[in-house]
Write a protein that binds this ligand. Structure first.
Ligand code: ZN
Length: 166
């Protein structure tokens, strides 16, 4: 884990604003992501799975697609990805392939309901820890409580047919 700086707090607040926008949008969900390099936003977005009818339209993927269009490349070396929720396996893998240099998330797997994650036991953020790249760092728990407040809490009684991962 890396140290949390003032910039991390600032950009996580930005991601929180995007997440809240997503929560209020038709077909959106309150998970926000912003990709930043040198103090400049390369791409940002919220979860648009329902709106786009696209299971890959997680906030991180939406932000990466926008960054790719903006920069005209699929590689974002030197960039930091901020997400209000720990990235899932798909988004962790995509971040590795995108050559993102740093991943910072707010609420972690232990802070929210299990339905936000695809694997019962494997913590897919470990894909990042185990990546071949040695220029990739990870920092979790930035504004964790504020981020977690956007999600169904751990242990909440949600009927199985309403759980996203079933
Ligand atoms: Zn994801």
């Amino acid at each position: 884990m890396s140290d949390t700086g003032a910039d991390d707090i600032r950009w996580m607040r930005h991601a929180l604003r995007i997440a809240r926008k997503g929560g209020a949008a038709e077909g959106g969900a309150p998970i926000g992501c912003v990709i930043v390099r040198g103090g400049v936003v390369l791409g940002e977005g919220y979860n648009e799975v329902d709106r786009r009818r696209d299971p890959t339209a997680h906030s991180e993927i939406v932000a990466m697609r926008r960054a790719g269009q903006h920069l005209n490349t699929g590689e974002f070396r030197g960039a930091t990805l901020y997400s209000t929720l720990q990235p899932c396996g798909m988004c962790s893998m995509a971040s590795i392939w995108a050559k993102i240099s740093r991943i910072v998330y707010g609420a972690g797997r232990g802070d929210v309901h299990e339905m936000y994650f695809e694997d019962r036991h494997m913590n897919t953020i470990d894909f990042i820890r185990d990546a071949y790249r040695d220029d990739l760092s990870l920092c979790g728990g930035v504004l964790a409580a504020e981020c977690a407040a956007l999600y169904v809490p751990r242990g909440a009684d949600i009927p199985l047919d309403l759980q996203f991962n079933r």
